[in-house]
Write a protein that binds this ligand. Structure first.
Ligand code: RB5
Length: 148
């Protein structure tokens, strides 16, 4: 069973509550980074909170939910230890784990239905990193960044 960090903005609140319940019933420990209502809030603040926790814990993983999933993924991928994948299909979720060793799943609550979101979460957490050639490629994420 896993320790799973979860966070959302107002657009993702309803889906976060559903996924939290599902993951907890399956025996996982879910650490809720907010938000905790449908009152409008800023998704970057939640993404920063979750990513700061994850950056301190090796082998931990998270879920970030906003309206599109785009804003959350943009913020999360600013952190060197975070590999966030915005997924809209089960196959993307599987491959994000198998090829990219994603440690954060981003979902767009206004883009996909609840049953698909549950299936994507399941695909993500039941897949694991293939390693091999993907190990080198993932290591290259934080290399060769030459900004003058
Ligand atoms: C909030 O209206 C919306 O902008 C946010 O949930 C997200 O979709 C941003 O990427």
């Amino acid at each position: 069973m896993l320790d799973i960090y979860i966070g959302c903005d107002h657009a993702g609140f309803a889906l976060k509550e559903i996924l939290k319940e599902n993951l907890t019933s399956a025996g996982n420990t879910v650490i809720d980074c907010g938000t905790n209502s449908t009152e409008s809030c800023d998704y970057p603040l939640v993404a920063h909170k979750l990513c700061q926790y994850l950056s301190l814990k090796d082998n931990s993983c998270g879920i970030l939910i906003c309206g599109t999933g785009i804003g959350m993924s943009m913020v999360a991928n600013r952190y060197p230890k975070i590999r966030a994948a915005l997924c809209t299909t089960e196959l993307q979720a599987k491959l994000a784990k198998r090829h990219n060793n994603a440690n954060v799943l981003c979902l767009g609550a206004r883009m996909i239905g609840i049953e698909l979101a549950k299936a994507i979460v399941d695909a993500f957490f039941t897949s694991s990193f293939d390693g091999g050639r993907h190990e080198r490629r993932v290591a290259e994420f934080n290399q060769h960044i030459n900004i003058k």
